[in-house]
Design a protein around this ligand. Structure first.
Ligand code: S3P
Length: 748
């Protein structure tokens, strides 16, 4: 039976061959976690063995490897990898097939080769391994019992490796808190060449180069943070790293080649003072590094709300006062990046929404080779590459929660010369995509969905598109925009006919970039083959975000709130029209136009609301605002009825069902229908509701608490960051009482 390393059933004896930082820390980890009865240390240095005994790292010392390993359950080889073959040969007479041997070398190919040299084939009891932990310090004196805690250990078993051996090694590492994964030998060596061996080589090389310079004294005297951070690992053990560089020679030479090409490109960019290229390298690197850091910490792009278990607790009471500017319009922000990227020249964007959805679009265009600076406080600078300048991305474009990113990008990608895969999170991966793939296919594109018409989208490259006249079966600005963007590349005329007006930001912004688009009644037309000229874009505050506060002030006695610089594009003002029809007191001040879009300040005061039948022509104009309008309906006198809104069922969640469920939990009579809902105004109670990861549902219920008789707890609120990253902050600023916590405990 396989020995277990569960502390309740520890191994009898473990031998550590090579007692440096790695072997010593393993020995201490075994003891600290009660993973074995006896740890035997083996080293050719008597001084090291004595130090190990004196420090209590090992229980017994043994100089001869063959004697040391006799009768052991487990042996860890933790000597420099150059001596692996010698050590295996030396211990071979003491091994009997029941003892499991593993190692900690940073290269696996040569360890496997050494085992073959000694034993003819890699024995089933030998499990090559590599703990991804260490420090620039070396020697048993630097050993720490917790060195491997929360670190990865990669095991590279072979086909013949015995299960009991793999199990024993894996459990031992796990027993000291490490995360164990397995990989193929060659892959391990290629990955480590890039992520560990090259950085060490560069650090050694940089310090050596600088140390040889004449003024080295001066250089080192003034070398501060950057130099210290970059070169810390140049203090690592030279023998160990010598062995690694020799053992993983080919993989390291390959990555040095890549690096040299990158360095030459950077050198040329600096020589030629090519700011776009320099900024391109650095913005891509910064984003990649930040993204990687967040990924390791399992955090999302904007970093405000980190976990889908984010819970809002909204307390009743208070009134809503003051003057605020909500973040930039999401729809306009997406389009600014897309058109700016395809334009000739540099586009500057002000007021860009730094929410996860628009950041996903921004990142996608970086992945497509576009240099984009920012965002810095809403300022973004895009170095347009022209209509034909996008580059093939290195992998799928990940669009998070954002339907707009995926649908609009699909139109653009359909016309590129290279293939692209578009992916998204769980919610986006459930949303219907045939509404865009069908018309795109009519244009000559090839876009594959999964069997049920959902993402991922696989867009084939190199297709020739031809303009079509398309009558949309649903009123969708995303579908319209997707077709128009594909139409930019299509031969001839592309027209879209809308069943009802939808947001027209794409048409307006195309014109702003100098691309002719005509709108005649419900038909929008453009001719393919033109170009875009860079411009400046001032993004208005998002009326869809402002809507939460319009309802908050309307339903709460004593409220008086001004929302500044809100976009009041006629295709977006359904929420204003509907609230006014319900009796709300909304005043529009200071109307003006910024960059082709009308904006105004909107003052909202409390007023008693009444239930209405929502006119169907307002539905597409208020499509994102219904969750919070349902809250207004719950606080109104009488019944509010919505019909013709089946699109709400395929948003980030099924917004009809999820809102009906939540309102019922709070004691409101809310009856869902296939294309709408009927809500009887009443008294809101407290309770627990689930936003189903839908940002607008989460914010709508936070607003509802203003009129509730008890706390409302809302779960799965992390996605609020997709459209409104500072919602909590602004809510508190105007007087709402909102706490947030991760499911386990309080936050902030
Ligand atoms: C959007 C269009 C709307 C809206 C979405 C943003 C856009 O979707 O719900 O949040 O930017 O074009 P549909 O056009 O699918 O209704």
């Amino acid at each position: 039976m396989a020995a277990s390393t569960h502390p309740a059933n520890p191994l009898d004896r473990v031998v550590v061959v090579g007692l440096g930082l790695i072997g010593g820390s393993f020995a201490l980890g075994l003891k600290a976690n009660g993973l074995c009865h006896e740890v035997v240390g083996c080293s050719r240095s008597t001084a090291t063995l004595e130090q190990g005994l004196a420090m209590g790292v090992i229980d017994r010392a043994e100089a001869d490897p063959a004697v040391a390993v006799q009768g052991a359950d487990l042996v860890l080889l933790a000597a420099p990898i150059g001596v692996t073959e010698t050590l295996l040969r030396a211990m071979a007479p003491g091994l009997d097939g029941a003892t499991v041997v593993t190692d900690a070398g940073s290269v696996k190919g040569n360890v496997v080769a050494a085992a073959r040299q000694v034993f003819g084939e890699v024995p089933p009891w030998f499990v090559p391994g590599h703990p991804i932990a260490g420090s620039e310090r070396s020697g048993v004196g630097a050993a720490r019992a917790d060195l491997y805690q929360r670190h990865k250990v990669i095991l590279t078993p072979l086909a013949q490796t015995a299960d009991f051996a793999l199990d024993r090694v894996a459990r031992t590492w796990q027993g000291m808190g490490a995360e164990v994964l397995t990989m193929e030998v060659a892959r391990h060596d290629a990955v480590l060449a890039a992520t560990s061996h090259l950085p060490h080589l560069l650090a050694f090389s940089l310090v050596d180069t600088l140390a040889k310079e004449d003024e080295n004294q001066e250089i080192f005297r003034y070398a501060a943070g950057g130099f210290r951070d970059f070169t810390r690992i140049a203090s690592s053990d030279p023998t160990m790293w010598h062995d690694i560089f020799i053992a993983n020679r080919q993989a390291i030479l390959d990555v040095i080649g890549h690096f040299q090409r990158g360095l030459t490109g950077f050198q040329q960019a600096v020589e030629q003072q090519d700011s776009e290229a320099i900024l391109g390298i650095m913005t891509r690197a910064k984003v990649a590094r930040d993204h990687f850091t967040k990924m390791l910490a399992k955090r999302a792009y904007s970093g405000t709300m980190t976990d889908n278990n984010m819970v809002f607790t909204a307390h009743p009471g208070g009134s809503v006062q003051g003057s605020i500017r909500v973040p930039g319009d999401k729809s306009v922000s997406h389009r600014a990046i897309m058109l700016g990227a395809l334009a000739e020249g540099q586009t500057e964007v002000f007021g860009f929404l730094e929410g996860e959805d628009s950041l996903a679009t921004l990142q996608a265009f970086r992945d497509l080779g576009v240099t984009i600076e920012g965002p810095n406080n809403g300022h973004v600078k895009i170095y347009g590459v022209g209509m034909q300048g996008l580059q093939p991305p290195h992998g799928p474009l990940y669009l998070g929660n954002s339907g707009t990113s995926m649908r609009l990008l699909a139109g653009l990608m359909a016309a590129q010369r290279f293939p692209v895969e578009l992916t998204g999170d769980e919610s986006l991966s459930r949303r219907p995509m045939q509404r865009i793939t069908r018309p795109l296919e009519q244009m000559g594109a090839s876009v594959e969905t999964s069997a049920d018409g959902t993402p991922p989208l696989k867009v084939a490259g190199g297709q020739t598109l031809t303009g079509i006249e398309y009558t949309m079966p649903m009123a969708s600005a995303q579908v319209k925009s997707c077709i128009l963007l594909a139409g930019l590349y299509a031969e001839g005329v592309t027209s879209v006919i809308e069943p009802a007006p939808t947001r027209d930001h794409t048409e307006r912004m195309l014109r702003g970039f100098g691309y002719p688009v005509t709108t005649e009644g419900n038909k929008i037309t453009l001719v393919g083959g033109g170009g875009l000229t860079a411009t400046t874009i001032d993004v208005p505050a998002d009326i869809s975000s402002a809507a939460f506060f319009m309802v908050a002030a309307s339903i709460t006695p004593g409220s008086d709130l001004t929302l500044e610089h809100v976009g009041i594009n006629p295709t977006r003002i359904g929420v204003i029209n509907i609230l006014r029809a319900m009796g709300a007191d909304l005043q529009i001040h200071n109307e003006r136009k910024v960059g082709g879009e009308p904006v105004a300040d909107i003052q909202v005061r409390h007023a008693p609301l009444k239930g209405i039948h929502i006119p169907q022509d307002q539905v597409p104009l208020a499509i994102d605002e219904f969750p919070v309008l349902f809250v207004a309906a719950a606080c109104a006198r009488g019944r509010t009825v919505l019909t013709g809104a089946e699109e709400l069922r395929v948003k980030e969640s099924d917004r009809i069902q999820v809102m009906a469920d939540g309102l019922q939990t709070l004691g409101i009579s809310a009856d869902p229908t296939p294309d709408g809902i009927s809500i009887e105004g009443g008294t809101l109670g407290g309770g627990r509701v689930d936003s189903h990861g839908d940002h607008r549902i989460a914010m709508a219920f936070a607003v509802a608490a203003l009129r509730a008789s008890g706390d409302i707890q809302i779960s799965n609120c992390a996605n609020v960051a997709t459209s409104f990253p500072n919602f909590v902050e602004l809510s508190r600023k105007v007087g709402m009482k909102l706490d947030l916590a991760e499911a386990g405990g309080p936050h902030e």
